[in-house]
Design a protein around this ligand. Structure first.
Ligand code: F0G
Length: 461
């Protein structure tokens, strides 16, 4: 928009609305008790503002809904597949495109083909399903983030970067033949939704080339990453986001995508690769578990919506609004005295519960306590990324996670500024009486991905 206005408006108007779930505090206390203090067990219509995830929760555009009507539902060779394949090729430059129903299906298929026991995958940070799929193949997953990524208080422009020296050292230690791939997650969801710089991508790519190790991108949030490069890295300010995205892809040999984020759809994903040998084996696995390679577990209409979303997401008016709205929430929380991971990420603000609730020890689950209080007080749902998700028990000893965070992930094109103002107001209220919040105790949890189904209860007074 021209002029120098301070307010960045939502670059859309609303055509279809969906009512929100208003409840009373007393009702929510009962709902929390019934859910055993696990926010995943709360029915969504009892949630007022849902910041649980930005995955599959966005609003599609009128053009995407129109594309849905063009969906060709033929089993093999559907027209919609070729529309989708062209959109992915135009964006990524990779030769082979395999649709899948969501990101973790791409991970499972690729890891099943490329990994086996004795191998190690290196990444800036593996997202938790990526790690789980690497480990399910028998291989190990090692994260090599830059050291500043773990210092939540100090802002930096590219805290999603990989530690290139550590990468070289690890390759020499393990031997390049034992590393089937290096993964760069754009943006780095596990450590605050922070972007990766083009410079880092280039350096990692050079190291990989030197040792002949394929570099694979996890591009769930590629457009947010590209736009942060435009805003923060020198030499990119005048280049279109779409061109920056294409340059990002050019440094790697393939990518996996959960289209539920930056393809602006509610379901979908893909694998795009250059290596014909990997592709042939991935295609076999795809037919076995997802579907024929021209639909991959999706409907033709889903492919059309993804193709349209992949183009729309690179609109700079949209990206300006998107990053600004997350930053706006971050500024409001900071003003309310709530410590957050600095700077706010592309898709979410991460509250540092360790610092916000210092009186609650890791085995009292400070992040989960905050998540439950957000719901109890105002019907806001967020996700803990801390000791409930990553803490372990070994023998009788509790090993806490390195961080205690609560992620406020913002669905795309769903909430307006007043929704965000309300969330900020609720945080200011909680900040005033944060010392009165009490620990939770873990009653039951399964051995893997425990946070989805764990049962908790408040510590008795
Ligand atoms: N990679 C990243 C970086 C992700 O954030 C996710 C999902 C996946 C892969 C897996 O994709 O869900 O389509 O199977 N992240 C969601 C989240 C679940 O809430 O952050 P999926």
């Amino acid at each position: 928009m021209d002029g120098s206005w301070k307010t960045i408006v939502e670059p859309f108007r609303i055509k279809t609305v969906e009512p929100l779930g208003f409840t009373t505090e007393a009702e929510r206390e009962g709902i929390l008790r019934d859910a055993c203090y696990n926010v995943f067990a709360i029915p969504a219509d009892k949630v007022l503002i849902d910041f649980l995830t930005d995955s599959g929760t966005g609003a599609m555009s009128a053009e995407q809904w129109a594309a849905i009507m063009r969906g060709d539902e033929s089993y093999a060779g559907a027209r919609s597949f070729f529309v989708f394949e062209k959109a992915v090729r135009d964006l990524t430059g990779y030769r082979y495109v395999l649709p899948v129903h969501q990101g973790r299906a791409a991970e499972r298929i690729l890891m099943g083909v490329a990994c086996c026991p004795g191998k190690t995958v290196l990444a800036n940070s593996h997202f938790d399903t990526t790690r789980a799929n690497v480990e399910a193949s028998g291989a190990a997953a090692v994260d090599l983030p830059v050291p500043e990524a773990l210092d939540f208080q100090v802002p930096g422009p590219f805290k999603g970067d990989m530690d290139v020296r550590a990468l070289e050292a690890k390759i020499r230690e393990l031997g390049p033949g034992n590393i089937p791939m290096v993964i760069m997650t754009l943006t780095n969801n596990s450590l605050g939704g922070q972007p990766v710089s083009m410079r880092n991508l280039r350096e990692v790519s050079e190291v990989c080339r030197q040792y002949k190790i394929p570099l694979i991108l996890d591009v769930a949030r590629f457009a947010e990453n590209a736009f942060m490069i435009k805003l923060r890295e020198s030499g990119f300010s005048t280049r279109p986001a779409a061109e920056i995205a294409r340059e990002m892809f050019s440094h790697a040999q393939g990518c996996m995508m959960s289209a539920k984020k930056d393809a602006l759809v509610n379901i979908g994903g893909f694998l795009a690769l250059n290596d014909p040998e990997w592709v042939a084996r991935c295609r076999e696995a795809l037919i076995l578990t997802e579907g024929f390679p021209t639909y991959g577990g999706l409907a033709g209409r889903d492919l059309e919506a993804m193709a349209q979303g992949l183009r729309e997401v690179l609109d700079e008016q949209y990206l300006t609004y998107r990053l600004r709205s997350v930053e706006y929430l971050g500024e409001g929380l900071r003003r309310a005295g709530v410590p957050i991971v600095e700077p706010p990420g592309g898709h979410a603000v991460y509250v540092d519960a360790k610092r916000f609730l210092p009186h609650i020890p890791p085995d009292g689950y400070p992040g989960q306590v905050l998540a439950c209080e957000l719901y109890r007080r105002a019907g806001i749902r967020a996700v803990e990324i801390g000791s409930l998700m990553f803490g372990r028990r070994q023998g009788g000893t509790f090993i806490p996670a390195p961080m205690e965070l609560v992620r406020l992930a913002m669905p795309r094109r769903v909430y307006t500024q007043s929704h965000i103002d309300f969330v900020i107001e609720v945080f200011a209220d909680i900040a005033r009486r944060v010392r009165s919040l009490r620990s939770l105790r873990l009653l039951a949890s399964p051995p893997r991905l425990a946070h989805f189904t764990a049962k908790l209860a408040p510590e008795p007074v």
